[in-house]
Design a protein around this ligand. Sequence first.
Ligand code: SF4
Length: 434
Amino acid sequence: MGKLYKLMLKQSIGAAALPLVKKNAIVKKGTLLAQPDSKSLGVPLHASVSGKVQEITDSYILIEADAAQSDAFEPIPQSDSIADMVKAAGLCGMGGAGFPTYVKLGADLKGGTVIINGAECEPLLRHNIEQIIREPEKIYRGLLLAMQATHAGQGIIGIKAKNAEAVAAMRKVIKSSDHVTIHELADLYPMGEERALIREALGKLLGVDQLPSAADAVIINAETAARIAEAVDQRRPVISKNLTVVGKLKSGRDSKVFMDVPLGTPVEEVINLAGGIDGAYGEIIMGGPFTGKSCQLDDVLVKTSGGLIVTMEFLTEKRPLGLLVCACGASGLRMRELADKFHATVVGVQKCKQAQEVKGTLKCENPGNCPGQAEKILELKKAGAQAILCGNCSDCTNTVMCAAPKLKLAVHHTTDHVMRTVGHALVRRLPIEA
Ligand code: SF4
């Protein structure tokens, strides 16, 4: 039996795609497998490998891959419309949000701004920065195409100043006549959050219920920009994903970047590519340390998979635990899952006062600028907490550290087990600027 690839029918925000192929169909790499209903938001799905359709369910199409795989793929139809080609390619935000990109490119910015998000905000993830260093021309081409599609007057590429090699690589390909600049970002979480990026790059703070369009802007992740260029210039459908694998691996604790891993590849296979798991482990996270979710070895890569992290085993916390939830970090649900993994009893839950509920999710009023956490910590202490689990941004965690230890509360951060696994500094106090 050949290798199996499970292509999930729902890979983006919106509706799941509906299968167009039948069981036992022979497919090539790039064959259109499924399409969302014409009235629904969503993206088409293409075969990431050549082979034979083994199984079709309500949630996935399983392909048994041919032993030999060629680099060739079935191209998407040619069109004069950039947005139509991006739609046909099945592109959605590959930074994790999964919003269909053709919708963003359908906006008329009337001289506004396309911002490329190269913040790579989550610690330990490296694949966006690596791609900026290796393929700046492709990302730049994707930016120019996005500017053309949306009638933007300028482009801005947001990269953290600490990634000097990426900044330099991108500077080399920018032409002054294109009205594109680089905005260097501070090394703080969550600089990659959309409204944080707009605040930093355009000086406008949007409300929690406002979209980037309120600042005449569209934000596109760096890998997504490269995929726009692939869709238009090579007629390439989205059939693979770049990602970072890191953690408790036999090959060492440094971040390993993999480009163009076929969608549908099992998590276990990708981790084995990176050297395999080194002994007992706590959990596997799909995504980054702040916002990733735990997953299983038989889960598979989708268009929004950005990282795989194998963590050390969990420590036990016997003291009553209070949770302090951030809009830009782990959700309340994920924090409760972590508390369970610590074998801790949760005695209280508070959310940062800037975290406002919008359509069922939390949004921060001013991402990364702490409103003060002392009041929330006191509430948790009153509820009986002797330790706190917070998932806050860099600035707010700094404030938590200014208050909680004075009240004799121990502090855990949702990223601690990841950072300890790789010997990285914990998210705690911010270094004091000279
Ligand atoms: S200010 Fe509060 S809600 Fe906003 S990012 Fe920081 S901790 Fe999260």
